[in-house]
Design a protein around this ligand. Sequence first.
Ligand code: ZN
Length: 389
Amino acid sequence: MLKLIKNGEIYGPEYLGKKDLLIVGNKIGYLAPEIKVPDDFVEIEVIDATDKLVVPGFIDSHVHILGGGGEGSYKTRTPEIQLTDITTAGVTTVIGCLGTDGTTRSMESLLAKARGLEEEGITTYIYTGSYRVPVRTLTGDIQDDLILIDKIIGVGEIALSDHRSSQPTVEDLAKIAAASRVGGILSGKAGIINIHVGDGQRKLDYLEEIISTTEIPISQFLPTHINRNQELFKAGIEYAKKGGFVDLTSSIDSTVSGSALSCSQGLKEMLAAGVSIDNITFSSDGQGSLPVFDEKGQFLGLGVGKLDSLFAEVRKSVNNEGIPLADALKVITSNPARILKLENKGVIKENKDADLVLLKKDTLEIETVIALGKVMIQNKEIKVKGTFQ
Ligand code: ZN
């Protein structure tokens, strides 16, 4: 019930100094310069965080938890994710999505997988739909999905500017955004539309057009894979400067595509170009396939996106790009929590969920991971495994 994390330096994600942190059940109970435990007190587990940094559990807003891929025929469908693929990466909240394949992967299975992971100890949400338009939902209607299904917090990933996209019109997309926005308003959710942006020439044009010709605000969209090539990245900078959110994919780097930027390089360049850190998020695209195509759209080969790339890119942002840790952490903690309206997530504050990661101070290695007050990883040792692991 009670766990006391002693002597850690807290980044919540802003620097809060050296503090003790008391976990009560699944919540952060108290945060104080020193919390002393009387000898005759009830049982309390003390976790020593000397020489460690205590940071919020990470949020990965784009994970193919059910598996994805299949772009090189059936044998290339990626497997379902396992609990420790998530927790060893320091991730305590995932947002699951389908992908290119909305036929053999269904919303019913995605919801069941999300519920399964939650039973195993982490927090999960999902987007309704896949790449394809019309959106194949759970209830038959986007707005109904948001209002009636707790786990559904938005729509996505809808594919644009990609040869695998279902080629929706601007009007198709505006209608989807409207349904997600109203569903979100009526259910107290973000109603975000997560947009997969491909390598196509139209880049973010459709979003720009919807924003300039309808009443839908720019904050309704979270386009992802913005670091996949230089031209899209430049368009992403202009889009973010207008107030849009941009998501960079941590499993993409120059080994996936020659003109891609890593997330850490992308973060550095965006900040230098004047984009607010508050508008930038990272996600892993974990467990999706990473198909590589030639310029004629011919499939060349593929790999699987890993969640551990998420914090690896934050660490590189600090160690290689000189971005302060308190800023770099935002892109996987408080920013996605705010954008996706996950009110108990992404910050270290009293009464918020006890999702925490302990990092080694000098190397920023992930040592201990706590999800909803439960120790999942302790000193790099897996304490909680998935049901079939
Ligand atoms: Zn995608």
